[in-house]
Design a protein around this ligand. Sequence first.
Ligand code: PLP
Length: 456
Amino acid sequence: MSDYTRRKFIKQNSLLGMGAAMSISASPAIFTNITKDTDTPAILGGKPVRTESWPKWPRWNPETDEQGVIEVLRSGIWSRNKVVTEFENKWAEAVGAKRALAVVNGTNALIASLVQLNIGGGDEVIIPPYTFIATAVAVLATGAMPVFVDTDPETFQIDPEKIEEKITSRTRAILPVHILGLPANIERIMQIAKKHDLIVVEDACQAWLAEVNHKKMGTFGNAGCFSFQNSKNLPIGEGGAIVSDDDDFMDRCYSYHNYGNPYGSVVGDVGAGTVIAGTKLRLAEYQAAIGLAELKRLDGETAIRNENAEYLKSQVKDIPGIIPYKLYDNVTRAAFHLFPFRYKKEEFHGLSRANFLKALAAEGIPCSGGYAPLNKMPYLNNAFQSKNFQKMYPKEMLDFNIYLEKNQCPLNDQLCNEEAVWLSQTLLLTEKSDMNQIAHAIEKVRKNADSIKNQI
Ligand SMILES: *Cc1c(COP(=O)(O)O)cnc(C)c1O
């Protein structure tokens, strides 16, 4: 950064120096740069398209949000009680599930679901490589082996048509992720799961209130898992939930999240020792109070994100080299945790994605290149080298070179390493005019791609 600032400083100053020495007619480009500041890319010293800030996250309104939290704090009842139950009931209602269980985070929602569906050592679980690391580490934490299926670059989701070729005698579950808040092709995935008698745990940790055919994500599989971490569209700081219509499963999850104490169909006597091998994953009352306050704005904000995403998509889709996300035909609503598009540098004079991102950020549009490929990182080999894994799997399955070969996802590599660009959900919580600025900034970078490429 400091290096970049220094180079920019030198460039700007040498530009002025040259302008004084040369005649205007001999150097029209330089003349234009100096006088028409808004046409010069901000990364080369011009005026940024946008200088105003974007909405901060999380949102918090003391007047409407704080009372419930303060009541909990003053009550002295901070451990799981009425407010957590109220949050669970409201979350179950919001997604249209019979039951919800609040837990400490999304990662542990996934682990608890897998464990209570009897997935563990010796099993294979099919997952996408285009996801947050928590999806993969949740599988490893149960002792199961993640098997990666390549991404459909148009939708950024797991490609359902490549799932069946990865099913083996060890495969027990599919763990689809509705990544970026865009629904995976869950109806197709459920068909495949049914055909092969596989469990489905949905990672809906970015897909709050997203829908396929008016049914909410997280309610298609045996279990749906959510995250309420600080950056998420329903932020509590930390928090998560499991939803399902299966009472026995939900009773076991409840018991598991509370040391294995009896609950519902998990019967027994705490005095005689707990009933199942549990752990402790309970959400606190004040966390639930924050969740209840944030939940009030989630539906309205989701509607705004959908409207603005659709509008922004219409504004950028015809810019050569910009290919926005595609939604499957059955999607009736997305969550838009992110607004993704693919960047084709061929249409930008070969300007690398890294420099495109820098140039766009300089115009006042924060952006990122997104995930790195999850199917080839050292955490996998580390797990394979552990004593636990060596007890559970034959040697060939833990050979990292063989594993890498079997789990190649070339389309995902291209997406991660060259093409994906993300805009944060907070950018979508604004007005149409702000969407126009984003589109304008992209067009401006494209118009100047050649000079940016040559000067930075
Ligand atoms: C955030 C996230 C998780 C994990 O949730 P935490 O609450 O951070 O543990 C899992 N999967 C995906 C896709 C996520 O985005």
